[in-house]
Every structure is written in C-alpha cells, then in structure tokens.
Design a protein around this ligand. Structure first.
Ligand code: ZN
Ligand code: ZN
Length: 248
C-alpha cells in the first residue's frame, strides 16, 4: 500500500496541535524542501536542471536567503540566472521578429500568443519548492482519506482535532468527493462541517476575549486560552504561521 509511507507525516500534522494540521504538514514539507535545496544532494545535476528552469517564488527565495548559506544559494542563482539570460534572449527575439526559432527553422509566432506576457506568467508562476511541496502534499491528502476510511483510532484523532484553516477546510470538503463515496462521504462532510463551525466560533470567542483583556475592567481577569489567540486566528483565517518555528 503506497499510502503507508505517508501515514507518519499525516499523523504528525494532527499531533502538532495547531489550528490546522494541514498547515503543519505544509510547513514541515516546506522547511524540508528549503533544507534539501541547500544541501549537498542538491548539487546533483538533475535537480540543478530543474531549479534552473523553474526558479523560485518570492516567498521561497526569501526563505532560502534567510538560511544564511550565501555560497550555496549564490552558486544556484548563478546557474539559474544564466539560464534566464538565455531564455530572455529567446523571448526578445520572438517578440521582435514575430517568429519562433525551432532548430534550423523559424516559424511564425502563433496567432493570439504573446511571448512577452506568456513568459512573465510562466516565470512568475514557477517555483521548484512550491512544486516539490505540492507533490508530497497531494499524497498526504489521499493518505488522510485512506486513513480516515480504514483506521478507527485515526478517525477519532481527526474528530478531536481543532478544525482547519479556511483554505484547507474547503480543500477537505471539496476533495472528500474524490476519495469517499455514499455514507462515508456524507458522514465525513457532516462531521467536518460541524467541527469547523464549532472551532471557528471558539476561535472568534478566544480572539474577542484577547481584545477585552486590553480593557482595564478585564485586566485582572484570567487570560483563559486567549494569550496567543491572535497568531492562532491568523493561522485559522489565512493559513499563515505568524510566529517563527522553533529551531528553524
Ligand atoms: Zn491550513
Ligand atoms: Zn514557492
């Protein structure tokens, strides 16, 4: 069963006790990918070819930079920059001549295509790390549903968790139909919806209590669960960890 190798990271996501287990899984994949790209195994030729072509999005390039491995990143960026210079020359030649060079032959740029706009879109949407995360993340999703179907103890863990960020809640609600059928699907969606509503209300109450604590009349009242309600709400609403991960 190929899903079995992914049960541990999925379980770890639920054990992380955050406002979204899938954000926890995503963050772990992200930090593993950042470390991988800056590791010696990255020097392998096939990976270098891929990062040359795809490059990195703004978020991940900043994360790579913040790791402080200036030489590793400089070598990678040098190789990527040279690749982009070639690409830029090609696209400028296409835009200026209206022709695409294919080997020895030059063909007209197809009607309706715009090499400049197409290249901007391609380069802006392209990130080696985003793609690498996405590959594993989609396997985690199928593993999640597989575990939910087959393992009673995992089902209990899921039901007792604190819900999800808005994006991952919608992802689960939507993709449930790809993995579950009939009663399984109905049961899962009903559970998910009730759980999410309960925890969104809890989050709103905790954040409200946090704001009330700034009022002198509440100063001496206990914090309850609200001390970190703001970063937890940011995760719940936007899927973003506002605070840096420990040990990263
Ligand atoms: Zn999330
Ligand atoms: Zn990225």
């Amino acid at each position: 069963m190929k899903e079995e190798i992914y049960t541990i990271p999925v379980m770890d996501g639920f054990m992380a006790e955050t406002e979204c287990p899938f954000c926890a899984m995503y963050r772990k994949l992200e930090s593993d990918s950042i470390n991988f790209v800056l590791s010696p195994s990255y020097m392998e030729e096939d990976v270098r070819g891929e990062t040359n072509e795809k490059g990195f999005c703004k978020i991940h390039l900043k994360q790579l930079y913040d790791k402080g491995n200036a030489l590793g990143l400089a070598l990678m960026m040098h190789s990527h920059l040279k690749h982009r210079i070639d690409g830029l020359n090609q696209v400028l030649a296409q835009a200026d001549s209206g022709k695409v060079q294919k080997g020895l032959f030059a063909k007209k740029v197809p009607e309706g295509s715009n090499p400049l706009a197409d290249t901007r879109k391609k380069w802006n949407d392209s990130c080696y790390i985003c793609d690498r995360i996405q590959q594993s993340f989609s396997r985690y999703l199928s593993t999640f549903f597989h575990m939910w179907k087959k393992q009673a103890d995992f089902r209990k863990t899921v039901e007792e968790s604190k819900g999800y960020c808005l994006d991952h809640f919608l992802m689960l609600y939507d993709h449930a139909a790809d993995y579950l059928k009939g009663d399984d699907l109905t049961t899962f969606r009903a559970m998910l919806k009730a759980q999410q509503q309960e925890h969104l209300t809890r989050m709103a109450d905790e954040l409200e209590w946090f704001t009330l604590k700034f009022d002198y009349r509440y100063q001496d009242k206990p914090w309850k669960n609200s001390k970190d309600a703001l970063p937890r709400t940011i995760l719940k609403v936007n899927g973003q960890f506002a605070e840096k991960e420990k040990n990263s």
